[in-house]
Design a protein around this ligand. Sequence first.
Ligand code: GCU
Length: 394
Amino acid sequence: MLFAFMMAGAGAPPAWPPPDRLPIVAELPDPFLKPDGTRIRARREWPAQRRRLLETILHYQYGPLPPKGAKVTGRVTDHREVGDLGSVRDIELSMGPRGVVKVRLMLAVPAGKGPFPVILDGDLGWDRLNDAFIRAVLGRGYILAAFNREQVGPDSAERKGVYEAWPNYDGGRLAAWAWGFHRTLDYLLTLPEVDGKRIAATGHSRGGKCALLAGATDERIAVTAPNNSGCGGAGNYRFHDDKCETLEAIVRRFPYWFHARFAGFMNNVQRLPFDQHTLKACVAPRALLTTEALGDLWANPRGTQQTHQAAREVYAWLGAPDRIGIHFRQGGHEHGLQDFETLLEFCDVQLFGRTVSRRFDALAFPDAERVWNWSAPARSPRSSGVPTASSGDL
Ligand code: GCU
């Protein structure tokens, strides 16, 4: 039983056994199971269940997100026009205690009267978001806000950024970078140009892993969109073929992306009390789009479809089956213009109710096995409506 190990006295915090004392679960664990071994039955129980699932995922996999810190402020350092499409501001954000964590934000805002929906991306440090991307996003009436997550925490074992600001902080980089999304959003929400109800978070690969975590842990994010995020992101740990990255491979090469505890699941994956469909389900009922490339086998496209299908059971049970989408394109590992186009169309549908021709429910592996042995619970008679936002940041 997924949660039976957490049982504790009434009101006591959950007990967390070490990985090798957790039960073996061969298939994708049941996201409806509660700590007492029973299952939730009513939609109104979902917010509490989501919180328990997130606590478990953070404890064993990513570690906690840093504390909120001081109010985030921004200082404009440069400004330029992009033809008549809009303008770009370079901004230095100050986050963390006394604003000591300095993070660069590129903010491209369409011309005309806002407020505008936002595509929030953490991959500015990769220097790939050139004018073609800026034009594509502005041209469709969206803001592109891209920050450099590597200034929140370096992509190495070095303890800079939030690790210097809070020397005892023990979360991995993915948790720190997810916090970077949340803090950048704090700042964006102070701007009159920003439509705070229409925020989409995205990122590529390791940047997609943390975008998924950011969306799962912050209900201000309306659309969560990891791209080619694979292992530790939208792929699943239990089911993959020989060409895919495994839990062992990722922890060996990138231990600092995770909490130290996660190494306890190496060669022990079936003791994970969740899998990445659980993290996807924690976005529900808000919108979630996974974009995948058929040639990016390292990122486990087939296993990513399986997490999509398993998480969709939660979405359907919550009455929101069309809020979760998946899209496969030909080609390899990249976050190209066509992936941005796919996301913008998904946002048009989810945020504005527009009609587009692209489909977000086409499966690339129609023969993929059902790798979970649970189905959504029958709802109790008193169950009603889709639950609304409840818990904010974790
Ligand atoms: C490596 C790593 C992946 C990661 C990728 C990236 O290939 O193994 O997990 O997604 O780098 O971030 O580009």
